[in-house]
Design a protein around this ligand. Structure first.
Ligand code: TXA
Ligand code: MG
Length: 330
């Protein structure tokens, strides 16, 4: 039996909490979400308080089925139905024109709404039991690393959450891909668990990549800090990584190195600890946040990440690392 099955009475209890305006943290296939009743402004406000998130930052509304799209959005273009049919449940968030059902608190006052059907049995059971939309950002403090286990949620938000459903480690480990379909051309707002290629093949059109999603662009002043571990992070190509690590170690820094290529001969020299990451993008993405949480627990002075390949499949990982490095710690 799956050790993370949640008995139906607990799912029902979580749905009752949501209905009473409380928050419930729950697993999805990407990361854990901090959920509240999307149609209840006071409940939604609790999410912002718990996360310490600015009110203008809009939330994704999670729904149980593709058919519910038309409850929460209007003037839905054909491409939205195509994408929803192809990829929901799954790691794709669609930005659409909102319906009158969506409160201002969810959208930060914008006339658009983010919608997604998550692909996780516990999220699905909760959505069906609750029988409504669940507004849920990632269940972390604003700007910090997203949780991929219930333990991460517990460590960071603890008693502030009404209830925490433990579904074990998240299968994908990186947030959903966000595509806006509110203009004539679809725009990628955040690379994530679903590849851009898959989206383009489904709608038979190019998706416009925003600057933040382009791997070649180096950290510029325009990137906002996000997804950041508390350990300051730098990104360096493989051939510069060890030089930088030793330079910092000589200054007395405790250095963590996030390595992709083989660096075994350098592992754990004085002041330096190496975390070997998987060579495959999917596996790297799965492990990234869990590794960042581990590194934060050990109290390193600096984290040096090896620059990942600049290919399409690494786009979400490059995006998250660059944002993490842009936190202004260093
Ligand atoms: O995988 C995920 O998407 C996870 C799980 C829990 O579903 N959720 C998640 O939520 O990552 P959050 O709030 O941490 O990130 C959602 C992003 C935010 O950067 C927000 O600005 C953007 O989605 N967003 C939400 N609604 C939007 C809208 N109407 N227009 C533009 N961006 C929007
Ligand atoms: Mg987040």
């Amino acid at each position: 039996m799956n050790p993370y099955t949640i008995p139906n009475d607990q799912i029902q209890a979580a749905a009752v909490l949501l209905r009473s305006g409380e928050t419930v943290a729950f697993p999805t296939e990407t990361v854990y979400g901090l959920g509240a009743d999307a149609s209840n402004p006071l409940a939604v406000q609790k999410i912002f308080e718990i996360k310490g998130r600015p009110l203008y930052h809009p939330l994704i509304v999670h729904i149980a089925t593709t058919a519910q799209l038309s409850t929460w959005a209007q003037n839905i273009p054909d491409d939205a139905w195509r994408l929803a049919t192809a990829f929901w449940p799954g790691p794709l968030t669609l930005i659409l024109q909102r319906s009158s059902k969506v409160p201002n608190e969810v959208t930060g006052g914008q006339d658009t709404v983010g919608l997604r059907v998550p692909d996780h049995p516990i999220a699905t059971a909760l959505l069906h039991a609750f029988d409504g939309g669940i507004a849920a950002p990632s269940a972390n403090r604003f700007g910090q690393v997203s949780p991929t286990t219930a333990q991460h949620v517990h460590d960071k938000l603890g008693s502030k959450v009404g209830m925490l459903l433990d579904g074990g480690p998240c299968r994908i480990g990186v947030e959903s891909t966000i595509v806006s379909l509110t203009h004539s051309q679809s725009v990628l707002l955040r690379p994530g668990g679903l590849s851009i290629e898959a989206i383009e093949n489904t709608i038979n059109k190019k998706v416009l990549l925003t600057q933040a999603a382009t791997p070649k662009v180096r950290a510029s002043g325009t990137l906002d800090s996000h997804y950041a571990p508390t350990t300051p992070i730098e990104i360096h190509p493989a051939d510069e990584l060890w030089h930088r690590a030793h330079q910092l170690a000589k200054l007395g820094y405790k250095v963590a190195v996030l390595k992709i290529s083989d660096g075994s001969k350098y592992i754990n020299s004085s002041g330096i600890k190496c975390f070997q990451m998987p060579l495959l993008a999917d596996e790297y993405g799965h492990d990234l946040y869990a590794t960042l949480h581990r590194i934060d627990h050990i109290n390193f002075d600096r984290l040096l990440a090896e620059t990942p390949p600049a290919t399409q499949e690494w786009i979400a990982i490059n995006d998250r690392l660059r944002r993490a490095a842009h936190s202004g710690h260093s």
